[in-house]
Design a protein around this ligand. Structure first.
Ligand SMILES: Cc1cc2nc3c(=O)[nH]c(=O)nc-3n(C[C@H](O)[C@H](O)[C@H](O)COP(=O)(O)O)c2cc1C
Length: 398
């Protein structure tokens, strides 16, 4: 429950994208937030209040004049940790820029002193209009945060144009980052490696392993949500880039090593969640091997130990986290790895454990720190594991 105890005011104005705000309301509630939804009169034409009420388990507000809610327009914006308006229509942006308070949502925005996140969405001509552009510039200058709009198909047709509301997951990620505020990872530079590398056997075939990269992706996502500037060095794969994170693709262990060495001097935290290939075919031919040639014997040579190789270039005070995927006696082997590679933290898991490790959305790990601390976590989804790892990283950053 990443947003447990947090209070989010979700304003919805009258755009066609308001159907996606149902998903956003749900995701916020699922993350543990208390979500109070405020609809403009136009929004209630698109999605009825009862839908949001059912999704959030809370009464939905639609008017300044509902009996029993007289001071909600000032009380709720003062109480909420975050005000999100999604979608923010051209009309709403204009009223916000003017400082109007002619309906409940506009009045709440005017009464709000804490963080505000707006997700504009409209037809591309409405978005390009100088009035809208000036209103957006005014709101940005006043310190409101904007997410989107994106370029994509609009309600009017399939062609790609600017004006589409960001997806609920993207808005959620931005909301989370704002809710974390000036957390301990705020402004820190975090480098995360993820996935397998692959080594050529010939120009067509590769030697690789079963790592999907999910653990590293969840770590990158979670670190960005905590306010960090994140660089993800990722092996080949099909996972979507995490919101806000800079992603650099690598193929082989040599490429990953070079990318880590380049990024490390500026890093406050290095998390090596990748599973680099430990062996590579020696002297791969530059032509495809033919099956007709019969049985194939390949000499595999060990690749470089990336983590151990970073010892000389680690910035003073940087927190370095390694992963140890073992089969049997995992904790003892993890502790030995921590010492051998001079790590601050090692995340140990057993590859033979059901539901954990490669190709799963869940993982069961034990965290071992440099001072001998050991914490065995239950089977959790990888985002929750990532949060626990980052909690431990934050303690070590001080
Ligand atoms: C079918 C339909 C779709 C609309 N979609 C949008 C939209 O995506 N963005 C927008 O700014 N206005 C859109 N409008 C216009 C707004 O509903 C209108 O400007 C309204 O006054 C907005 O009120 P509000 O800002 O108080 O919610 C749409 C109108 C209709 C009829």
């Amino acid at each position: 429950m990443r947003l447990a105890g947090r209070h989010v005011l979700l304003g919805v104005s009258g755009g066609i994208a308001s159907y996606k705000s149902c998903t956003l309301a749900r995701r916020l509630a699922e993350a543990g937030a208390r979500v109070d939804v405020v609809l403009t009169r136009a929004a209630a034409e698109f999605v009825r209040p009862v839908t949001f009420e059912a999704l959030t388990g809370r009464p939905v507000l639609t008017s300044l004049w509902t009996p029993g809610t007289a001071l909600d327009h000032v009380r709720l914006p003062a109480d909420a940790d975050l005000l999100v308006v999604a979608p923010a229509t051209a009309d709403f942006l204009a009223r916000a820029a003017l400082g109007l308070a002619d309906d409940l949502l506009a009045a709440m925005l005017l009464a709000r002193t804490g963080p505000v996140l707006l997700a504009p969405a409209m037809n591309d001509a409405m978005f390009a209009h100088p009035a809208t552009q000036e209103n957006l510039a005014t709101l940005r200058r006043r310190g409101l945060h904007l997410v989107g709009p994106e370029v994509g198909p609009l309600a009017e047709g399939p062609s790609e144009r600017p004006g589409r509301m960001s997806e609920p997951e993207v808005i959620l990620a931005h909301a989370e980052r704002l809710l974390h505020g000036a957390g301990r990872l705020s402004g820190r530079r975090v480098v995360v490696t993820a996935g397998a590398t692959r080594e050529p056997l010939d120009p067509v075939r590769v030697v690789t392993n079963r790592s999907s990269g999910r653990m590293g992706y969840r770590l990158a996502e979670a670190a960005w949500a905590r306010g960090a500037e994140v660089l993800l060095l990722a092996g080949p794969g099909t996972l979507p880039d995490p919101v806000g994170v800079a992603v650099r693709r690598v193929e082989t262990t040599v490429e990953l090593e070079a990318a880590v060495r380049e990024a490390l001097p500026a890093a406050d935290v290095l998390v090596m969640a990748a599973a680099p290939a430990d062996y590579r075919p020696a002297a791969p031919p530059d032509r495809k091997r033919s099956r007709q040639a019969g049985a194939l014997q390949v000499t595999l040579e060990p690749t470089a130990d990336i983590l151990a190789g970073t010892r000389a270039v680690r910035p003073v005070g940087a927190v370095v986290v390694g992963f140890a995927l073992e089969t049997g006696d995992a904790v003892a082997k993890g502790r030995a790895k921590l010492e051998r590679k001079d790590l601050d933290l090692v995340v140990v898991n057993d590859a033979l454990e059901p539901g954990a490790g490669f190709e799963h959305e869940t993982n069961r790990v034990t965290l071992i720190d440099r001072d001998g601390g050991e914490r065995a976590l239950p089977l959790l989804d990888k985002r929750a594991v990532a949060e626990a790892i980052l909690d431990a990283v934050e303690v070590r950053l001080g």
